[in-house]
Ligand binder design. Structure first.
Ligand code: SF4
Length: 429
C-alpha cells in the first residue's frame, strides 16, 4: 500500500459552481438585473425582432466581429452603416473588398472585415445562404468564426444553451470563483468554458450570455468594479473574501478578540486555480486580485518613413498620392502614403536618403534627399507593434508618371483621402 501514490487532489469546490440551488439563484439575479439595466443596442433589437433566422444570425455575427477588440460606443455607428448598406449575407457577398475596407476604416484590425465578407460569400455559395444553427457547425463551417463567436451567434440568434467566454466573462468568472492562476493559460480557459456551460440559463441562453458580458462591461469592470451595485455579489467569492477581511480589520480596531478570517487560498501552491504561491492575495487590490495574467510580451518597435507627396490638382486644389498595401499581412489592402520600413538604428540623414531612393523607384525620376522636408514623427500602437512613422513631405511641380508595375496608386484630395480605406495611423500622419 505504501507504493500507491496519491492521485493529485481535484481543485476545491470553491472554484466551481457545484450547488444547483446557487446556480439557479445566480441565473435569476443576473437575468433580473439584465432585464432592468441592459443597454439598448441595435444588434440586440435585431436579434429579438428579426423573424428571418438567417438574417438574424447574420446581424448578430456582424456585431460580434465588430465588437472584438472595439468598444461598444465606437461600434454602434459602424454597425448601423454596415447593416444599412449590407442588410443580408447576399448583399455583403456582392460587395467589393474596397467597399468593405472603406466602411471599416477607423475600426481597426482590418482583416476582420475582409474575413467576414469572405465567410459571407462562403455561406451564400456553399451553404445556399443558410446560416449554420449550432455553435459546433458555425465554428466548423465559417472561416474566422472561433469558439466564442460561434457560441454567441448560436445562443443569441438560435437559443442554443451554450456558454461563451470572452474577456469580460473571464474577469467575472475569475472573481466569482477566486481563480488567480494565469487566466490566459489553456488549463484555466478550459475550466472557464466548462463553468460557462454549467452556468448558462437553459431557457434564456442568449440573454444570460449577454448579461454576463454586460456585467463585465459595466459593473465588474477591470479597475474599479462597482461591487456595491452588483446583482451577483452574494455568489462572488472575491467579494466575500474582501468583506471578511474588512470585518476582521474592524474587529481588531474595536479591540474585540479577532477571529482569524477564513479566507486563505486552497493550499500552499498546489491548487491549479489559486494565485501562484509567489504572488499571493494582495489585500490592497481587493477583488481586482482576479483575474491574473502572465506578463505580456512588450510590443515590437518599428520605424517607417512615410512621405506625403503633394501636387496641384486640376482646379488648383492640393492632391496627395496614396498607394495600396499588399493584400495580405498587416493593414492588408488599405491605402497609405508611400512608406518604407526602416532599420532601427539608422541615422536621420540615412533614413531620408533611403526614403528618397524608394520614392525614385515610384516616380521613375531622381528625387533629391534634400528636397524631402521633415515634418515630425507620429506614434501609433497596433496590437503588438509600437510603430513610429517618420513623416516627410515633398511638393511636386508638374506631373509624375507612376510605374504601373508597382502597387496600385492614386491621387486624392483631402476629402477623398478621408473617405478612402486608410488606417487611423495614416489619418494621424
Ligand atoms: Fe465583480 Fe464585485 Fe460583482 Fe464580484 S461582487 S462579480 S467582483 S462586481
Amino acid at each position: 500500500a505504501a507504493l500507491l501514490a496519491a492521485a493529485p487532489a481535484p481543485p476545491p469546490a470553491r472554484h466551481f459552481f457545484s450547488d444547483p440551488a446557487e446556480v439557479e439563484a445566480l441565473r435569476g439575479n443576473l437575468l433580473a438585473w439584465y432585464d432592468r439595466c441592459k443597454r439598448d443596442l441595435p444588434w440586440r433589437a435585431l436579434a429579438v425582432m428579426e423573424p428571418d433566422a438567417d438574417r438574424r444570425g447574420y446581424a448578430v455575427w456582424v456585431s460580434e466581429i465588430m465588437l472584438q477588440q472595439t468598444q461598444v460606443a465606437t461600434v454602434i455607428d459602424y454597425y448601423n452603416r454596415w447593416m444599412q448598406k449590407w442588410p443580408t449575407l447576399q448583399a455583403l457577398a456582392q460587395a467589393s473588398l474596397e467597399e468593405v475596407n472603406e466602411l471599416w476604416a477607423g475600426l481597426g484590425y482590418y482583416s476582420r472585415g475582409k474575413r467576414l465578407q469572405e465567410a459571407a460569400r462562403k455561406v451564400v455559395s456553399e451553404l445556399a445562404g443558410r446560416m449554420p444553427r449550432t455553435a459546433e457547425d458555425l465554428q466548423k463551417l465559417l472561416p474566422g468564426v472561433g469558439r466564442y463567436t460561434a457560441g454567441a451567434i448560436a445562443s443569441i440568434s438560435y437559443g442554443q444553451a451554450t456558454g461563451v467566454v470572452d474577456g469580460n466573462v473571464i474577469r467575472v468568472l475569475c472573481r466569482l470563483r477566486c481563480i488567480g492562476a494565469d487566466s490566459s493559460s489553456p488549463a484555466v480557459i478550459d475550466q472557464l468554458w466548462d463553468m460557462a456551460n454549467v452556468l448558462v440559463d437553459k431557457s434564456r441562453p442568449g440573454d444570460f450570455n449577454q448579461a454576463l458580458m454586460e456585467l463585465g462591461a459595466t459593473v465588474c469592470v477591470p479597475k474599479a468594479p462597482l461591487c456595491g451595485e452588483c446583482p451577483v455579489k452574494q455568489h462572488c467569492q472575491a467579494w466575500h473574501r474582501v468583506e471578511k477581511e474588512l470585518a476582521f480589520t474592524s474587529q481588531k480596531l474595536f479591540g474585540n478578540p479577532p477571529k482569524v478570517p477564513d479566507v486563505e487560498d486552497c493550499g500552499v501552491g498546489d491548487c491549479p486555480l489559486c494565485p501562484p504561491a509567489t504572488e499571493p492575495w494582495d489585500s490592497s487590490l481587493g477583488v481586482t486580485n482576479f483575474p491574473r495574467k502572465a506578463a505580456k510580451k512588450p510590443p515590437r518597435a518599428m520605424r517607417t518613413a512615410t512621405c506625403v507627396l503633394e501636387r496641384r490638382g486640376c482646379h488648383g486644389a492640393p492632391e496627395y498620392l496614396i498607394v495600396q498595401r499588399p493584400s495580405s499581412g498587416l493593414l492588408a489592402g488599405l491605402w497609405e502614403f508611400p512608406s518604407l520600413p526602416l532599420a532601427q538604428d539608422l541615422q536621420k540623414e540615412r533614413e531620408r536618403e533611403e526614403l528618397a531612393d524608394h520614392l525614385q523607384a515610384w516616380m521613375g525620376r531622381p528625387v533629391a534627399a534634400k528636397g524631402l522636408r521633415f515634418i515630425g514623427e507620429v506614434i501609433h500602437i497596433f496590437s503588438h507593434i509600437h510603430q513610429t512613422y517618420v513623416v516627410y513631405s515633398l511638393p511636386l511641380d508638374g506631373d509624375v508618371t507612376l510605374d504601373p508595375a508597382l502597387s496600385p496608386s492614386r491621387w486624392v484630395t483631402e476629402n477623398e483621402f478621408h473617405a478612402s480605406a486608410v488606417s487611423t495611423a495614416m489619418k494621424k500622419v
